[in-house]
Design a binder for this molecule. Structure first.
Ligand SMILES: Cc1ncc(COP(=O)(O)OP(=O)(O)O)c(N)n1
Ligand SMILES: Cc1ncsc1CCOP(=O)(O)O
Ligand SMILES: [Mg+2]
Length: 213
């Protein structure tokens, strides 16, 4: 399966509220999300596995990839397409060793220096940001803005998905930075109509790609 970072949904169970992560993901993928990340910072491995298996079943046949945040053991048990880790999580070499060669490995990069250190033999894509300050991740690093994002993209040897405070209206600027997609939490999770929200973002992204080449 080809990696399409275009519209990358990062789930947050709190923001999904009563609709839940599975239904939010299903609607977002119906609207055009290409990747779904299971991110539940309060869940232990057993709970992640339960949630991830339900997500995997719901997304089967949709073409969307399933990535698990932070937890390699859960990703393996779920049969997910990959794992996303940050600079302060597990070493990418160790993640790759435990994951095996086929699964995707995403790594967060918040600075040009971190982007330059990405090993493309181990890492498949980078999540760069936050572009803007966001309440979704209270412990985020300083925002990089679009100029900082462009510098990170230039320095990074793997495709970059931008994250942090993004909405449909940012598609042109994100694309102009050289990033290959937009990762979002609150622009989809907890929205009254996650499918419509995802569709608006996916269409904005596709229009930005078509306009910019
Ligand atoms: C696509 C994407 N990019 C960045 C992150 C942030 O990862 P990390 O820095 O490890 O922070 P937590 O998400 O674990 O709080 C991400 N999850 N996804
Ligand atoms: C997980 C993560 N990593 C950097 S910012 C962020 C949260 C992005 O959430 P939102 O799209 O609601 O700003
Ligand atoms: Mg992490």
């Amino acid at each position: 399966m080809t990696l399409d970072l275009g519209l990358y949904l990062v789930l947050d169970p709190g923001l999904c509220r009563d609709r839940g992560m599975v239904e939010t993901a299903r609607l977002a993928v119906a609207g055009g999300a290409t990747i779904v990340q299971l991110r539940d910072k309060d869940a232990d491995t057993a709970r992640l596995i339960e949630a991830g298996r339900a997500l995997r079943t719901a997304l089967a046949g949709s073409g969307a990839m399933l990535i698990v945040n932070d937890d390699v053991e859960a990703a393996l048990a779920i049969g997910a397409d990959g794992v996303h880790v940050g600079q302060d999580d597990m070493d990418p070499g160790e993640v790759r060793r435990r994951l095996g060669p086929r699964a995707l490995l995403g790594l967060s990069v918040e600075t040009v220096d971190a982007a330059q250190r990405v090993d493309p033999v181990l890492v498949d894509y980078a999540g760069a940001g936050p572009v803007f300050a966001t309440a979704t991740k209270p412990d985020h690093k300083p925002p990089v803005g679009f100029a900082g994002l462009a510098e990170i993209v230039r320095a990074c040897p793997v495709p970059v998905v931008a994250i942090g405070g993004l909405a449909a209206g940012h598609a042109d600027a994100v694309r102009a930075s050289g990033a290959m997609g937009m990762a979002v939490v609150s622009a989809i999770c907890g929205q009254a109509d996650p499918r419509a929200a995802a569709r608006a973002m996916a269409q904005a992204w596709q229009a930005a790609v078509a306009a910019g080449g």
